[in-house]
Design a protein around this ligand. Structure first.
Ligand code: SF4
Ligand code: SF4
Length: 432
């Protein structure tokens, strides 16, 4: 068990995902888990007013002791608040930034409503955009649709041109679902070459519908990605990335794996030992334990009556964060990739194990396969970093090794031992 004090001792910094328009969105992506949250607020405006905005910004800045403070605007769709709302937000940030901390605004959007005017604002205020794209058109349009059921790819590509023209910094968020998971390199090459993404997040879709009472097994939506398929998807992309793109393209899960390998925190809550430092703020000031746990039982307070620091260090929130470790299955505790995986996100721990209290992560088989596969490469990159060299040297190292192997291969007779070190004859191994 991790004790409460361990967690409280490292209470700062923290993040808040702000949802100024609540669960309202202009699109209707098939797999969205957030749209139904509006049912929690029947007859409400679902718009953050200036009072809540100001209280939040004042409180958030004053409770952060870091040199840099990151605001994360999210949704629903945050552009639906209109530009004036964010102009006010930036004014409040200036007003309450008494210690001259660096303020960064990140903005997760489907890009649909971005115009020249928005772009000028984003650029002049250094906003970092996160744009949701699931791959080339045939894959993107499969589930990311508007309210009439039409694909959204063409419109988003037009908006991306505006973003590029104004040289706004942007990342790409790709939801890995049951369809695009079958085409890893098509997705990766599209993002890298056509979208010119240099920072990519792959977010696996796991939507539990219910637990089947008969089989005691988790029922998931048709968009949900299978664990092994997700692992294969990551491996294919990793192999391409590690041979060509390290240092040029940043893929969040690869970065976090390298951080864990080096003995640092993963930097992504899903792969950290404990979590609970990323609360979610709804339009009316209600705060929840996490964006994935906006439910009545995970409500921790309202910013009109409770400070963010108090909510963060409350017993409820501390226990929530500690549960990531304390409810880990025996299988995870004995797993040899535990230090990189830590059982993944509790939201996806939906697979019951016979006679056990705690459930296994739905993506377990994929995580295991992926984290095992990348070990030799992590070792090489880790060595480079330890010796104050760049991890991107791995691209050259692998190319040299491959050309050496090819040179050896051409000299080998069919009965010579195979170059791979298997101990078998070349003709029975790689020469077969
Ligand atoms: S519940 Fe999952 S998404 Fe939420 S903070 Fe914990 S690991 Fe992160
Ligand atoms: S790979 Fe599976 S068993 Fe290992 S830590 Fe991750 S979820 Fe647990």
């Amino acid at each position: 068990m991790i004790s409460l004090n361990d967690q409280v001792a490292s209470k700062l910094p923290f993040h808040v995902m702000v949802k100024p328009r609540g669960a309202i969105c202009n699109l209707a992506c098939d797999y969205c888990y957030y749209l139904k949250k509006k049912e929690m607020y029947p007859n409400a405006s679902l718009r953050m007013d200036d009072e809540i905005l100001e209280i939040f910004i004042k409180d958030y800045i004053s409770s952060q002791e870091t040199k840099e403070i990151t605001f994360a605007w999210q949704g629903g769709e945050p552009t639906l608040m209109g530009l004036d709302f964010y102009k006010k937000a930036v004014k409040f940030q200036e007003k309450y930034n008494k210690n001259n901390q660096k303020i960064l605004n990140t903005f997760q959007t489907n890009a649909f409503l971005i115009t020249e005017e928005w772009a000028i604002f984003f650029k002049s205020n250094n906003f970092l955009l996160g744009i949701s794209i699931d791959g080339p058109q045939n894959l993107h349009d499969k589930f990311r649709r508007d309210k009439k059921g039409n694909g959204t790819f063409n419109e988003i590509m037009e908006k991306l041109k505006i973003v590029m023209k104004h040289q706004i910094d942007y990342n790409i968020l790709t939801c890995v679902n049951s369809e695009n998971v079958k085409f890893p390199l098509e997705v990766y090459h599209f993002l890298r070459d056509d979208i010119k993404a240099d920072f990519i997040q792959f977010i696996p879709i796991v939507n539990e519908i219910n637990q089947n009472a008969k089989t005691n097994f988790a029922n998931v939506s048709e968009h949900t990605v299978l664990g092994t398929a997700y692992g294969n998807f990551l491996i294919k992309i990793f192999d391409d990335w590690v041979s060509n793109d390290v240092g040029q393209v940043f893929v969040q899960i690869f970065d976090s794996a390298l951080a864990s390998w080096m003995g640092y925190p993963a930097g992504v809550c899903v792969f950290d030992k404990v979590c609970g430092k990323g609360m979610a703020l709804e339009f009316n000031g209600d705060v929840y334990s996490c964006d994935h746990f906006v439910t009545h039982e995970h409500f921790i307070g309202n910013i009109k009556t409770h400070s963010l620091a108090n909510m963060l260090t409350s017993d409820v929130q501390q226990q929530f964060g500690l549960a990531k470790w304390n409810t880990l299955t025996e299988k995870c505790r004995k797993c040899d990739v535990l230090a990189a995986c830590y059982g993944g996100c509790p939201k996806n721990r939906i697979v019951p194990l016979k006679n056990k209290t705690f459930k296994q992560n739905y993506l377990c088989s994929g995580y295991k396969k992926f984290f095992t596969h990348i070990k030799p490469y992590m070792k090489i990159m880790g060595e480079e970093l330890k010796n104050q060299r760049s991890a991107s040297n791995i691209v050259k190292i692998l190319k040299n090794r491959n050309s050496q192997k090819n040179a050896t291969k051409t000299k080998l007779g069919r009965n010579d031992p195979c170059y791979c070190g298997s101990g078998k004859k070349y003709k029975k191994c790689h020469g077969n």
